[in-house]
Design a protein around this ligand. Structure first.
Ligand SMILES: [Zn+2]
Length: 469
């Protein structure tokens, strides 16, 4: 059999790896969207990545998804539109998140194409969206969902196991047991690895001992800061902004995962009677849908949350908290003068409704922006993190007069030590490790760390590189 690296090779996004068995059966692991900027550079290995395939979609027999993040699933509708007819295997929660996240992605693809077409020079061809909502609906018909810890067959000689990866709701590591001739091979794919002791989700569970493993490397070169008393820190920021300054606290947050984690913290403060009586708004239609999916999947919750829910059956809602879907209700928040808390996407403030909140509040010293996630340096979020004193928003130069706070303990990716702990049961069994899903400089540090810790064959495959096992 062979393994070919068709995405997230020396890159963080676009996850996709193809296994081809001796009998020609092809299994694709993940089918992610490339989300960087190098796909517009003609001599880059990822040039035009999202538009082309390193295999023929018609010849792929099945697809297995590790989790619902768009950099792991965002090209599924295109795969189906381009001729893939096999089954898409995922956990129950991943399937449900895909239904809303791929629909959201299609809307973005369609809006981007429309925007470009309005500005195109006369005579140039119209840009088509990568896929449409209709393609998403076709793709959703091909899903088959399985729970954690259940072996299931994708081929008479291949069975698969999902085990909790603790990264986002429904995330799984994927183990394949492949029988070829007289040998049986255990092949693993970590997907993205989460962190132990985070709220809501269970800790990552170690995978069965495998011989071949594709391992992520996002933070393979660093350690996360220890989570300081998060709840206390949040309490003080809320008090300072909403009570002392009588202003708005605005939190840019990704709609799936980060928003629910944050709302759960507010829920805990509310239940302890510590939240000031101010209205709280989750201003994102995707977050509304995602929160419903969370409530549908208690099988992904950790013991602490189950315990919490014995006394509070909705950890993502309370009286003062309002979820906002409509554009009109969102616009009304711009004119609101009294203290409130607003959570809106995107987390980097480069898209979505948060840009309007940025536009209307960044010059108000009574407002506070609380950044709780990674922001690429060239995004408004990245610039605020770096201490910018002015920003361009909707083409207008704005002074940064609002306060900016950063809480960095929300990462959904394991750091170096946490990944080493996750891999410790694999040391004796592993014959070959491949590192994917990381920038090359970080992957090299991660590879050296693994070599120092007793792993021997550790490769960093290039895009399109193929190995025979
Ligand atoms: Zn992920």
């Amino acid at each position: 059999m062979t393994i070919k690296f068709c995405g997230a090779a020396r890159e963080v996004t676009g996850s996709s790896h193809l296994i081809t068995l001796e009998d020609g059966f092809r299994i694709l692991l993940d089918c992610g969207l490339y989300q960087g900027v190098d796909d517009e550079v003609e001599d880059s290995p990822v040039y035009n990545f999202n538009e082309r395939w390193l295999f023929s979609p018609q010849q792929v027999n099945c697809l297995i998804l590790s989790h619902a993040h768009i950099d792991h699933t965002g090209r599924v509708p295109k795969l189906v539109a381009d001729g893939f007819r096999g089954t898409i295997y995922a956990t129950h929660a991943t399937r449900d998140l895909c239904a809303i996240m791929l629909a959201d992605s299609a809307k973005i693809q369609e809006a981007d194409a429309q925007f470009d077409n309005k500005r195109r020079a006369p005579g140039t061809p119209e840009r088509k969206p990568l896929y449409t909502l209709k393609d998403v609906h076709s793709a959703l018909r091909n899903f088959a969902a399985f729970g954690y810890e259940q072996w299931f067959y994708v081929h008479p000689r291949v069975r698969v196991l999902f085990r909790d990866a603790g990264h986002i709701l429904g995330s799984a590591s994927v183990t394949l047991e492949i029988r070829e001739g007289s040998r049986t091979v255990l092949f693993g794919f970590t997907g993205d690895l989460g962190r132990p002791s985070r709220p809501i989700l269970r800790d990552p569970q170690p995978m069965p001992e495998v011989e071949y493993l594709i391992c992520e490397s996002t933070y393979g070169d660093r350690e996360h800061e220890a989570a300081p008393a998060e709840l206390e820190r949040l309490f003080h920021i809320v008090r300072h902004t909403c009570v002392e300054k009588k202003g708005k606290l605005i939190i840019p947050a990704f709609s799936v995962g980060r928003t629910q984690e944050f709302v759960y913290m507010l829920d805990q403060l509310h239940r302890a009677g510590r939240l000031p009586k101010v209205p709280i708004f989750v201003d994102s239609p995707l977050a509304v849908d995602a929160t419903e999916v969370f409530l549908d999947h208690p099988e992904c919750f950790d013991q602490e949350l189950h315990q919490y829910m014995l006394e509070d059956e909705n950890p993502f809602g309370f009286k003062e908290l309002q979820y906002i879907r409509s554009v009109e209700a969102s616009k009304q928040l711009n004119h609101m003068q009294h203290p409130c808390i607003i959570i809106a996407a995107s987390g980097m403030m480069n898209a979505g409704r948060i840009r309007h909140h940025l536009y209307h509040n960044i010059e108000n010293p009574r407002a506070t922006f609380l950044i709780i996630g990674y922001c690429a340096p060239n995004t408004p979020g990245g610039k605020l993190r770096a201490g910018a004193t002015s920003l361009e928003v909707f083409g207008e130069r704005k002074q940064v007069l609002a306060e900016v706070e950063v809480m960095d303990s929300f990462s959904a990716h394991a750091d170096r030590t946490e990944m080493l702990q996750f891999l410790q049961n694999q040391r004796a069994s592993i014959r070959q490790l491949w590192l994917t899903h990381g920038t090359l400089d970080r992957q090299q540090v991660w590879r050296d760390t693994l070599l120092q810790h007793g792993f021997s064959a550790v490769d960093i495959p290039a895009l399109g590189q193929e190995y025979t096992l």
